[in-house]
Design a protein around this ligand. Structure first.
Ligand code: ZN
Length: 86
């Protein structure tokens, strides 16, 4: 199983579900988050939130419904994007 790790300023958010579109025009990865996680990890996620998420929150260990999408673009130098085998 692959996990997505986003880091910013030494903080880290791990997603156990995400869509990998690094090879497509979109050239990034995206996932869903709930309001609780968006708030809890706001330092990392606030610049990446988009409305109208659906499905389940993608943050590792969270089972809430998703409220937002988060987009992370390859080449965004403000964050670290790692995809790990877990
Ligand atoms: Zn959540």
């Amino acid at each position: 199983m692959k996990k997505l790790v986003i880091t910013k300023d030494g903080e880290k958010v791990i997603f156990d579900e995400f869509t990998d579109e690094r090879n497509e025009d979109y050239c990034g990865v995206w996932a869903c988050v709930c309001k609780d996680c968006a708030d809890k990890y706001r330092n990392v996620l606030s610049a990446h939130l988009d409305d109208c998420g659906s499905g389940c929150c993608s943050v590792d260990g969270c089972e809430n419904d998703g409220d937002y999408y988060v987009d992370f673009f390859i080449g965004d130098s403000t964050i670290g994007i790692d995809i790990i085998d877990a």
